[in-house]
Design a binder for this molecule. Sequence first.
Ligand SMILES: [Cu+2]
Length: 765
Amino acid sequence: MSRKSDGQEGIWLSPNADPRRLRDAENARRNRAEITQALSHGQISRRDLVKWGLFTSAGIMVPIGGLNPFVRPLSAQTLTPRSRSAILATNSENSGIPTGLSPSPTFGVNPFTQPMPRFDVLTRNAVSTLSPAPQAQSNQTQQPVDPALVGGQTGLTGPIEGRPPGANWAHQRFNQFSPQVAIEVTTKPVTSNNAYNPQVTSDLNSGINPATPIPAKFHPSFPTQNANRVWTFNGTFPPKLTQVRYGEPVLFRHHNGLTTDITNNGGFGRFTLTTHEHNAHHGAENDGFTGAYFWPNQFYDYHWPWVLAGFTTINTGATDARAGAPADNGGINKVPGDWHETMSTHWFHDHMFTFTDQNVYKCNAGMNNIYSSLDRGDETVNDGVNLRLPSGSSNGKGWGNLDFDVNLMLSDKAWDANGQLTMDTLAFDGFLGDQMTVNFAWKPFFNVYARRYRFRILNASVSRFFVLALSDSSQFVQIANDGNLLPVTVPLTRTDQLGIAERYDIVIDFSRYGAGQTVDLVNLQVHQDGRGPANIVSVAQALAGTSDPAVGAFLRFKVIGPPPQADQSVNLTANPQTALIPNPTLPATARQRAFQFDDNATQTTNDPVTSYTNSGPWGVATSNTGESTGTTLSADYGRITSQPGFATAEVWTLKGGSGWDHPIHIHFEEGQILNRDGVQPSPAESGRKDVYRLRDNGSVTIKMQFRDWGGMFMEHCHNTMHEDNAMLMRWDLDSGTPFLSPLPTPISKPTGVTFETPDDILPDA
Ligand SMILES: [Cu+2]
């Protein structure tokens, strides 16, 4: 299929469009929302949609008026079998899967009129505050199960913890890395925030008084979100931040506080949860496996040990200060492992099988800053190890200062005529919102001092890519990509395409501006559909406006004057190509594999729980020999696609289809790009990565290691609309006793997790 929507107008309907077209779009939106809702309530399946002729088996929505906003309602196009087959016959190449919702209203509010809230920092508690105490194996203490979860049956019990039971899902090395910090959080329907904890003073938070409740609104002058339209960590805005250190294991206890009524979801989203700490180097039992989801009234204990990769074989005596954690007194606590594997910027989000897109879009996402001796979050510590990236030092802890180290979560959203968050989950090409938010705030401003700032930028969209520039086209410096500081920083006036789930850490030096000046962060990346990025426009074009309403300025920096203390961070303005963390040395290649990410997938299994319920639209073809790839398969988390050897390194080639850009995420350990389409990667993606944009018809060859921990992990497209429909595969890493091999697949139920043998193991896995 080609990328351009043949002969169709763009998906973006202007508010000034022909009123009939706007009305048609609104009718189509309502009809599609009904189907979305019925799907999310489990009342119908995707297979039903195919059976009824609303979709082809390849997942393409047929152009039926009243459903597809690009097709005028015509009496001939009612849902009779005859017209359906005629439509299917004549429109088999219809490539425009619409995402054309009617424009989101902005209620006469101007952009840049609300302060951008800093992240809400989750409290770090003593482990003794957890009740019950955490334990290596899942806590199977029984509790009554709400009849609503089990078809009305009464008197049933189920475990308080949703983690699968037994030795295979016990926390690996739990005694060796016993938790020292507890972070407890509950996903809940959204409400007002009365306990906002930004960990910075008000002058560093655009004047926001944290004692003033923060309403569940994308702007103070927009309507309040209904409780079940938005589900967040702790049920409040803004997004949550965790702060962790190497050598300090964390017990992240996640409670499911959602309603037990599956239909009480605001029209989209699923009440079962599983939380992925995006690219943590942890055992699989803590990775948020897509099938290891837990239910309302349950919790799941995630053990985050925060170890440097290679800790079992490299620097095992912990003698190198560069492999270290920031001590409270400004010193270093050395840890085992390879300091080249130090990570900095992560995020965590829901990974529920076939509902990740909806649950993350409902704002169930946060970020995680990882502190190390190299990147400690105190720019004043001058010990020859600390890279002194912009942070400030005001908390007096010697690490974890957020003064000038700012998390930015970018996501495009859409809302209905009443201002309520809305989503089109039938947009199988990809879902695009028409409104930009930063930290869940619509087009905010952010006050800055005239000094260097670090911004940890996350693309938390469903399907949208970004290209970022400053409105005056001035220079900034990229210091990290994904979780990892770059080998050498990169001066830029425009970023590369920031794929979904990618992180770019950049440093902007505002000392060149005077008090009262402003400069905006601008998105230059146009989308015409959700398949991948279209053209990139100039800053001038973006500011003038394009057909894509999410292009243009979306965050305004207001310079308030000189900083209260001198900037002591490394001067990247003077030295924009500064060495940070070199790549680790990779061992010999044990094996090569190839994965093709494509459409028109088939499903070879029919497991009612673990299989995506019909063939297509998306899938992965796997060659475990590295030669030509096999059949493109729809996801089944009961299928073991590949089984890399423990403590080996492999070369994987990831290939994309024509007309698409799939940002591929491989869980567990970073890879290094050996080549992109046969040539060396750019400096900005020459570090370690966990998301690989394939680009149109592109291929990326990476090398990665498989060590330290075992279990079942995933590889998938992070355009979550593709991931959920069903471009996801499972790979297993057998770390030996006590693991069974092959690992039994967990089947999650409110009454407890059971296991079944894998549905399928691919040849040469
Ligand atoms: Cu994709």
